[in-house]
Design a protein around this ligand. Structure first.
Ligand SMILES: Cc1cc2nc3c(=O)[nH]c(=O)nc-3n(C[C@H](O)[C@H](O)[C@H](O)COP(=O)(O)OP(=O)(O)OC[C@H]3O[C@@H](n4cnc5c(N)ncnc54)[C@H](O)[C@@H]3O)c2cc1C
Ligand SMILES: *[C@@H]1O[C@H](CO)[C@@H](O)[C@H](O)[C@H]1NC(C)=O
Ligand SMILES: *[C@@H]1O[C@H](CO)[C@@H](O)[C@H](O)[C@H]1NC(C)=O
Length: 496
């Protein structure tokens, strides 16, 4: 940072050639890349500000150099330059990390994978194996698969998000209850390791690497291609609905949540999804149903009988892909559309089906987050995404990221109205502490979500919340594929 300011002072004072603003490591890295024929930029380049602006505007990344390889040989050359200059490496996929992880810590060589955005192959069959390059976004991949094969894979709710990045950290969407997250559909991954060697991992060869990818992929190498399972919708049309309890008091709102939870645990078909708002009151949520649209009213009946009186249910019905494009804006747009960045801070926790919300826990969560939120300079946002469904059959040990038997994905966040307030992070962090304490007091483990990384967690905290008992195995895999820790480039990368 100091160096950065000095540099700029020097520049302004001397009005000299811009090259003088670049540190010796940056110069060495950049000239190594240039010599190898890899286009790259340093912080004096006029596109620097744009190329280093993350989706997460609260953070200001400061990588050493950004490389734009267009071939595998160029990626290998870039890795050689990084190793020779003792620089860490991170990949820029869709640049939608909530923690700007794509850029690494200051001094990192960030490799922009924008040129690696092709569809590689699709194999007909039950699994419908779909292979794409590591820099593709969710939108173009989902649209190609739909247009050409009428198939779908579970994905995040924005077309512009990177598919590989979101798959490595989860990829929770409206079909997750019955199809899993994108992560759960990963079958094969092809990495380029730090030394330029290409490593192919499948569920039978190098299966440890596939296991580690599911939660720790970005720490292992450059993902060149990924192969996932896909699914053909059973019904051509699907339902979206809004469930609105209204502006009721906390007690009624809490009961509504517990009623939803009970329905989810006992009667809801797995093809039923709901995203319940945590910004209540009013208490409401939006949902989806991928079973037979004609049966929707019938499956909702037992729930509606138990929801607080006055609860309103409205529904619509669309062709599958049209609804999918509503779920994930940009899905049907060129390159997944565009999503402008925001300055925000997110925290996430998950609950498992065997340790669900109790009345006390739900009240505590509402009371200290949404009810206590009194700010004009930030806008609150938060969701309780119903997980459950087929995760009941997943064991924590099946992937590096622990999510076995997950029932709820809890997300609490606020976005800057204008500039991010200096006390914003502490304010929001303090709002979650009472709920975390209540969980611990109830004997619940604290579990988190890789794709919603909490930047304030200490290493012991994120290790426990994201990987827990899987951490040592993940670290062993890391050591075998990236022994020098070249890809340990951000605060929640797996260390060697
Ligand atoms: C508007 C928006 C909506 C979202 N909606 C959802 C949602 O509905 N559900 C959900 O689960 N998440 C959601 N997310 C979170 C998102 O899944 C994560 O931020 C994800 O990490 C983004 O991946 P990316 O490639 O776009 O981002 P990046 O910042 O480019 O990458 C994220 C991480 O993956 C690494 N990486 C990316 N590509 C590669 C590669 N080819 N090889 C090696 N490492 C790679 C990066 O180095 C970085 O560490 C959303 C995010 C945004 C901004
Ligand atoms: C269904 O989705 C569409 C498109 O986003 C939206 O306009 C409509 O209000 C939704 N319907 C319900 C009942 O929520
Ligand atoms: C490169 O590293 C990988 C992973 O550690 C290793 O398997 C491979 O043998 C190495 N290749 C060379 C040429 O040293």
């Amino acid at each position: 940072m100091k160096q950065f300011f000095l540099c700029h002072l020097l520049c302004v004072a001397l009005l000299t050639a811009q090259a003088q603003c670049v540190t010796p490591t940056e110069t060495a890295l950049s000239s190594c890349l240039t010599k190898a024929g890899v286009r790259n930029i340093v912080d004096t380049d006029k596109s620097w500000a744009q190329e280093t602006t993350p989706f997460q505007l609260r953070l200001k990344p400061d990588p050493a150099v950004i490389a734009f390889p267009t071939t595998r040989d160029q990626i290998a050359a870039a890795l050689r330059c990084a190793v020779d200059n003792h620089a860490k490496v991170s990949c820029i996929g869709g640049d939608h990390s909530f923690a700007a992880f794509a850029f690494g810590k200051p001094g990192t060589l960030a490799i922009n994978l924008g040129a690696f955005n092709r569809i590689v192959s699709f194999k007909e069959g039950e699994k419908g194996l779909f292979t794409f390059e590591g820099g593709i976004r969710v939108g173009p991949a989902a649209k190609w698969l739909w247009d050409n094969h009428g198939r779908h894979f579970p994905h995040v709710r924005a077309g512009h998000v990177g598919l590989t990045g979101s798959a490595c950290g989860g990829g929770f969407g409206s079909t997750t209850r019955f199809l899993g997250t994108t992560l759960d559909t990963i079958e094969e991954v092809e990495y380029m390791a730090y030394n330029g060697t290409v490593i192919k991992a499948t569920t039978s060869t190098n299966s440890d690497v596939v296991w580690g990818t599911k939660g720790g992929g970005p720490s292992l190498g450059v993902i060149l291609t990924m192969t996932i399972r896909t699914w053909k919708p059973t019904f051509q049309r699907a339902v979206n609905f809004t469930l609105d309890v209204g502006d009721v008091d906390l007690e009624v709102g809490t009961k509504a949540l517990l009623t939803l939870q009970d329905y989810a645990l006992t009667q809801a078909p797995d093809e039923w999804a709901i995203r319940w708002k945590l910004t209540s009151p009013p208490f409401s949520g939006v949902g989806y149903y991928y079973g037979d649209p004609a049966k929707f009213d019938q499956i909702m009946q037992p729930l509606m009988l138990k929801m607080p009186s006055g609860t309103k249910l409205t529904k619509d019905e669309y062709d599958f892909f049209q609804l999918d494009s509503y779920v994930a804006p940009g899905l049907d747009q060129p390159n997944g559309g565009d999503s402008p960045g925001r300055a925000f801070y997110v925290q996430s926790l998950t609950l498992t089906a065997d340790k669900p919300f109790t009345h006390d826990l739900a009240t505590t969560l509402y009371k200290y987050t949404t009810y206590a939120f009194k700010r004009e300079d930030m806008k609150k946002s938060g969701y309780l995404d119903l997980w459950g469904g087929t995760t009941r059959n997943i064991k924590d040990t099946e992937s590096a990221f622990i999510h076995g038997n997950n029932l709820w994905l809890i997300r609490w966040q606020a976005d800057a109205v204008k500039n991010w307030p200096a006390d914003g992070v502490d304010y929001l962090k303090n709002q979650m502490l009472p709920f975390e304490k209540a969980l611990r007091d109830a004997g619940y483990p604290l579990r988190g979500y890789v794709n919603y990384p909490d930047t304030q967690l200490t290493p012991p905290e994120w290790k426990e919340r994201l990987y827990d008992g899987n951490f040592d195995r993940l670290q062993d895999i890391k050591r075998s594929i990236d022994p020098m820790g070249v890809f340990t480039s951000h605060d929640q990368s797996i260390p060697v």
